[in-house]
Structure formats: C-alpha cells, structure tokens
Design a protein around this ligand. Sequence first.
Ligand code: SF4
Length: 211
Amino acid sequence: MDENKKWFIEERAKRAVEALKKNGISAYYVEDAEAARRKVLELVDPKESIGFGGSMTLGELGILPLLEERGNRLITRLEALGAERLRQRREALHCDTFLTSTNALTEDGRLVNIDGTANRVASMVFGPKKVVVIAGYNKLVSNLEEALKRAREVAAPMNAKRLKVKTPCTTTGVCSDCRSADRICNVTTIIDRKPGAVDMYVVVVGDSLGY
Ligand code: SF4
C-alpha cells in the first residue's frame, strides 16, 4: 500500500481506537487481515462457544474455520435454514463470545448497525459474555450522521444483494426506505458506550474488509 495512504488510514484508525477506549471499550489497531486473525485468536479462549452474525468481514478473514480447528464450538452454522437457523440464533444470544463486524465506526468511537432479524444487533448489546467486533478501515466515518448514512446507503444495499432478497435496492443500488416484506433495515443500533453486561473488544484493521 502507498505509504501516504497507509499513514492516513493508521492515524484515522488510531483516533477511533482512542475514542473507543474512552467509551469503555477495549480497542486495538492492527495493520492487516493477518494481524486481525492473530488478535481474534488471542482474544478468544479455545474453550469458548462462538456465535456470529452474518458478516462478509468474517468470511474474508477466514477466522471461523481457524477457531473451529483449534476446538471452539461454533453455535451458528451458515448452512442452517428455517427453524434450525432461528434456534441457533437464539442459542447464540447465550454464547461465550459473539463475533461480528460493524456497519460503521465513528472517529468518536460509536458503532452503528442495521439489521433485519436483529439477532446480530441484539447479540452485540446483551446476552453473550464477550463481543469481538472486527472493523476494516473502510468502516471508519467521521461522525454519527455519516455512520447512519453509510449503514443505510452503502452497507445495506450490498448486504441485501448478498442475501438475494427482493428489495428495490438490490436492483437500483439505492436505498428508497422501502416497505418490502424482505426489508433488511428494521432495527438500527448505536453503541455509544460499552454495554453494561458485555465485555466488548473492537479490532480496527488497516485493510479494507467486508461491506
Ligand atoms: S431499500 Fe429497503 S432493504 Fe434496501 S437499504 Fe433501503 S430500507 Fe434497506
């Protein structure tokens, strides 16, 4: 990566990390995806059960097979459908560690997320003992207004397309605040400070990851 770009990303990410710490959240900056994998493996004990939310970042990192190989029990299975998928999502509310990314991370240390079923955003704030969030630098924004805009206008249409749902944004690429039955933007959360009963860790990565 170009040195100036790398410097800019790093400075911005470090501001977010410091802000997260002030908000009571344990936060780290790591240079790339490889360092992010190492950090996650360090933050998660091999004995812990793992829940996770649908996330391109986790897929790109390839972290789930690594956790499973070393003995972590994955509660959520990507191939599960229907009632079994719902059961797993409910069980994941009681996991030891919930892994996820975030739709946006502000430079003042807030996490903004949009969800359809809301299992992911629910698990981020209460239930699991620990939540580990991995955020590529592409998730960084200046403020709350930009974060809400990013979540709805950038992350949501791409996630809708990935999930193959029937919403206007999967055709146009633009959010029209639809009333579709398949709408994936039903619940928006803003984590301003560490949730009271969750140990929260955020790993900010100097690589672009996910949507
Ligand atoms: S069009 Fe509907 S599903 Fe797509 S981003 Fe907007 S509210 Fe979400």
